[in-house]
Design a protein around this ligand. Structure first.
Ligand code: SF4
Ligand code: SF4
Length: 223
């Protein structure tokens, strides 16, 4: 899921400077789990903006904030409330904010900062384990990502600083390469540690990313 953090309320007010009427957009998926754009936070935001003298013309919590077709459909259903607003304040990730951008011509502002693709460790606790490098090498690292979980992102680890399984950069964190070693040892595949990994080809993650699923006749996703 995409992990977000709400901006300071003062920063949101600054964004909305000169915008008296605001329509709020939340996200029922990641932002709800992050408590940055669910029903409760949208209601809270409406109350805070109202107490600052703004008029909240309406709100919607999209099922999934980054689904552009759904956003457009919901915006049509809330046309009057949106038409009467000066701007939209979007309480989701940057992708969701740009779904709103694609659905209206009015000014759109983000209420959140977008942090990373996160694993949910437990409710309210997220950790980045994949940084979307576009050429996954988990097959050779025991399904532990050095690109993301090693502070130096090295592909031929460990570095000289690993200390009793902890990382020299942040002793609170496990050394990713120690974890990789331990996992490969469990699998009886330590020879993978000896194979030299060439520098990563970052061309696989040229931005902006775009991907279209090829469909076989009949509608099934192809290879
Ligand atoms: S190597 Fe790491 S960053 Fe790249 S796709 Fe795999 S898990 Fe994600
Ligand atoms: S101690 Fe381990 S995780 Fe930290 S930078 Fe070195 S190899 Fe990477």
């Amino acid at each position: 899921m995409i992990v977000t953090k709400q901006k300071a309320f003062e920063a949101i007010l600054k964004e909305l400077d000169g915008m008296e009427k605001v329509f709020l957009v939340g996200c029922g998926d990641c932002a709800t789990l992050c408590e940055t754009g669910g029903e409760e936070q949208v209601k809270e935001m409406a109350e805070r903006l109202t107490s600052e003298g703004k008029t909240v013309t309406g709100s919607v919590v999209l099922e999934v904030g980054c689904h552009e077709l759904d956003a457009k459909k919901e915006f049509r259903a809330h046309k009057e409330e949106i038409d009467s607003a000066d701007a939209l304040l979007v309480m989701s990730c940057g992708a969701g904010c740009q779904s709103a951008r694609a659905g209206v011509e009015k000014p759109v502002f983000p209420a959140n900062d977008t942090l990373f693709l996160g694993n949910v460790l437990r409710y309210g606790q997220f950790e980045e384990k994949c940084r979307l490098c576009g050429d996954c090498l988990l097959d050779i690292t025991g399904a532990i990502c050095p690109v993301t979980r090693c502070h130096k992102g090295i592909l031929n680890g460990p570095c000289g600083g690993t200390n009793e399984g902890k990382c020299e950069v942040d002793p609170e964190k496990d050394c990713a390469w120690t974890l990789i070693y331990q996992q490969l040892e469990r699998e009886g595949k330590l020879e993978k540690m000896k194979a030299y990994q060439p520098p990563k080809n970052w061309n696989t993650v040229l931005k902006p990313g775009r991907h279209v699923i090829e469909r076989k006749r009949g509608g099934d996703a192809g290879e």
